[in-house]
Design a protein around this ligand. Structure first.
Ligand code: PLP
Length: 451
């Protein structure tokens, strides 16, 4: 008897034949529809989606308020190009994001008033990266840029050059953009303390690029692709001081960590450190492509007219979606819920770590939580003893992702060694849905470690 291939098999064959392999696919799943935390494939299988299109769906798939806003805008017009004919959603959304710009440390003796802020809209995350660097160079008149090891800032030529997770993303795509330097990102679990990271930056200044040539330091307050390492407050404060001392523009890349992902609207708010520019994308559009740069007006206004923009940049449908997302965050209950989701995830992962020594590290900020897996099994006589070798275990992480998918949970890996499993679950997830996902995750981990 011949078994006829499923529709999924047919479409996977189409994918292999028609799409280049350079675009990777985390899961052999073809989506049919999605709502909230749930995604159904074309076979009718339901998954808990803890990836959210890589951090795009903090308010969940197809949020009704977002859908209604986009539909209403569609009835008016879908495109004019902001540079040709302006429209209110672009202006109003900028106004709201300017009001959300991270302030100075509350109550701190050095507390400064938030200066005037302006926002530029674009389409994809990496465009925000590119434009933030353009703006910083224009403002300072300097060429050099410093980013960090383990970082990810996008896939264009400059984005790849800035990215500190090179082997995977930069491959042999060079030559890369000039005058970009990498400093160490603190990674306590792997022996890089805040002091060591700061010393690395000073060494870079001494040996490679004089700080007077540096236009910008760009940093993710919580590394996304790099494995959910949160920059310690002391590190962010030190960077702020270094930028002030040398007249360097401090750019916070909040493309993955922003819009409620860490329990505050922007991750960097929790440190009380104020960046000069902030890049955003992903969840601001609630599923529509929208990105941008928000920052101090005197810096944002450095480029002359014509230097910034883009045909689709700040598309009206995406701005309408962005307004709806901002409406949802006007209710403080959403961020409060996000914090509770974070507490539950962290507690569940720590409990799992107590059972599974291969979970070397549990870390993150708020509900932006991850587990780093290490090789732990060592046979001693007849006993298998789990040890903390800290050798990365990417194959184990892959087996967990696959076991979870078979059981109905979509996960995504991260980290320099591919050994981290990160959670980008919608922060609108109910506690009941969260527990359902956690049950699957625990079973998948236990299956993969063979216990
Ligand atoms: C921190 C960070 N910066 C930049 C980007 C690039 O965004 P995009 O893929 O929309 O160009 C990403 C995407 O994952 C990201 O996580």
């Amino acid at each position: 008897m011949t078994i006829s291939p499923s529709r999924t098999d047919e479409l996977l064959a189409l994918r292999a034949a028609e799409i280049p392999r350079g675009v990777s696919n985390a899961h052999p799943v073809v989506a049919a529809r999605a709502e909230g935390v749930r995604l159904w494939d074309i076979e009718g299988r339901m998954y808990h989606d803890w990836v959210g299109g890589i951090g795009v769906l903090n308010v969940g798939h197809n949020h009704p308020h977002v859908l209604a806003a986009v539909r209403a805008q569609l009835d008016h017009f879908s495109h004019t190009c902001f540079q040709v004919a302006m429209y209110e959603p672009y202006l109003r959304l900028a106004q709201r994001l300017n009001a959300r710009f991270p302030g100075a440390a509350s109550g701190a003796a050095t507390s400064t008033k938030t200066p005037p802020v302006k926002t530029l809209f674009l389409t994809t995350g990496v465009e925000a990266t590119e434009n933030a660097i353009k703006i910083a160079r224009s403002f300072t008149g300097r060429p050099a840029v410093i980013s960090f090891t383990h970082s990810f800032h996008g896939r264009t030529l400059l984005g790849m050059t800035l990215t500190g997770k090179k082997a995977y993303y930069a491959q042999n795509f060079g030559p890369f953009a000039p005058d970009v330097y990498h400093a160490p990102f603190p990674y306590e679990y792997r022996g890089v303390s805040v002091e060591a990271a700061l010393e690395g930056l000073q060494e870079l200044f001494r040996t490679t690029v004089d700080p007077s040539r540096v236009a910008a330091i760009i940093l993710e307050p919580v590394l996304g692709e790099g494995g959910f390492l949160a920059a310690p407050t002391a590190f962010l404060q030190a960077l702020r001081d270094i930028c002030d001392l040398h007249g360097i523009v401090f750019i916070a890349d909040e493309i993955q960590s922003g819009v409620g992902r860490t329990g505050s609207f922007w991750a960097i708010e929790q440190s009380g450190v104020q960046p000069d520019l902030l890049t955003f994308a992903k969840s601001i559009g609630g599923g529509l492509p929208l990105s941008g740069v928000t920052g101090k007006a005197e810096i944002m206004d450095a480029p002359a007219p014509g230097g910034l923009g883009g045909t689709y940049a700040g598309n009206p449908l995406a701005c309408a979606a962005g307004m709806a997302v901002m409406d949802l965050f006007d209710d403080p209950a959403l961020l409060a819920h996000s914090q509770q989701v974070g507490q539950r995830l962290t507690a569940a992962f720590l409990a799992l770590q107590a059972e599974v020594p291969e979970i070397g590290d549990v870390r993150g900020l708020g509900p932006m939580v991850a587990m780093e897996f290490v090789q732990g099994s060592q046979t001693q006589g007849t006993q298998t003893k789990a040890t903390q070798t800290r050798a990365p275990a990417p194959e184990l992480a892959t087996r967990i992702v696959e076991a979870a998918r078979r059981r109905g949970l979509l996960l995504l890996k991260a980290g320099m060694y591919g050994s981290v499993i990160r959670v980008l679950v919608p922060i609108t997830v109910t506690f009941e849905e969260l527990e359902e996902g956690l049950v699957i995750l625990r079973a998948a981990v236990l299956e993969a470690v063979g216990r």
